[in-house]
Write a protein that binds this ligand. Structure first.
Ligand code: GLN
Length: 192
């Protein structure tokens, strides 16, 4: 199994380290041909406007759209924004791969970062310690999208749609490998 991490901007190195700790072959992807042969892709957190702009400059938008149509792809934070089909504004490029609406910077300036324990569907054991940094939330899901986690106030912060996964927080900034492992399971299921 070979998983790429989109390495245009943001926390890509941390995702690569997590995958390698799981014994998975992990590579940086920043050019269209580097998507060839990947069994899955992680789009990291960072700044979605920058990721979108650079993806345009690297001619990656269409290749990424095609990739995400059939190959497991996981967007975290800015990556979740980039995967969404609706972010309420037209100015920034997005892939539109996932049937979710997303509100960028949903927590505003006053609580722009926080950490909390989340119950995530499908993850056994203790709650997941989730790190939110200027995070988005999912404001609407179409049918076919499963909600995996909500904050105490009900806002949606983790979703799955077939082979696509999106989380509003930063799973690469903790020691907990369970979400990376769950994504590898999705990749494994898609291969068989
Ligand atoms: N606020 C950022 C954006 O809009 C996302 C922040 C993050 O990825 N930690 O892209």
């Amino acid at each position: 199994m070979k998983i790429g991490v989109l390495a245009l901007q943001g926390a890509f190195i941390e995702h690569i380290k997590m995958l390698r700790r799981l014994g998975v072959e992990a590579v940086e992807a920043r050019l269209p041909h580097q998507l060839d042969g990947l069994d899955g892709l992680i789009i990291p957190g960072g700044e979605s406007t920058t990721i979108g702009k650079l993806a345009g400059e690297y001619r990656l938008i269409e290749p990424l759209r095609r990739f995400a149509q059939s190959t497991p792809t996981w967007g975290t934070c800015a990556g979740m924004i980039f995967l969404a089909k609706d972010i309420g504004i037209d100015e920034q490029p997005i892939l539109g791969a996932m049937d979710i609406s997303v509100d960028r910077n949903a927590f505003g300036r006053q609580i722009d970062s926080f950490e909390t324990e989340l119950e995530i569907a499908g993850l056994a054991g203790a709650p997941y310690h989730a790190v939110f940094i200027r995070a988005p939330v999912v404001t609407a899901v179409d049918k076919g999208v499963d909600v995996l986690a909500r904050l105490d106030d009900g806002r949606i912060v983790a979703v799955k749609q077939e082979h696509l996964l999106a989380t509003a927080f930063h799973p690469e900034l903790t020691d907990d490998l369970r979400l990376h492992s769950a994504f590898c399971d999705i990749v494994g299921e898609t291969q068989t």
